[in-house]
Design a protein around this ligand. Sequence first.
Ligand code: FES
Length: 107
Amino acid sequence: MPKVTYVEFNGPAHVVDVPVGNKVMEGAVSNGIPGIEADCGGSCACATCHVYVDEAWRVRTGKMSADERAMLECASDLKENSRLSCQMVVTEELDGLIVRMPKSQRG
Ligand code: FES
């Protein structure tokens, strides 16, 4: 099962197994990792699942949709590598993925 590392803002890193087909957001929520609230349940309507994707993984996580891009514009602390974790599906190719929480989502 792919491992995903979630790094809290200025905090600890959590390495968890996330089943293929789950969203990156679901891996955080189901493991009680602080910093990803996912208020809308993954329907791309809240931006509380905002993360920064580590540079080495940006190509493998794919391009964002127009809906994701529009929702991200509502998030704070945007960066070039910002994504909504509910819009990234875990695959075997994402084994080792590292995402970091923005300052606005301190746990
Ligand atoms: S969980 Fe709401 S936008 Fe991702």
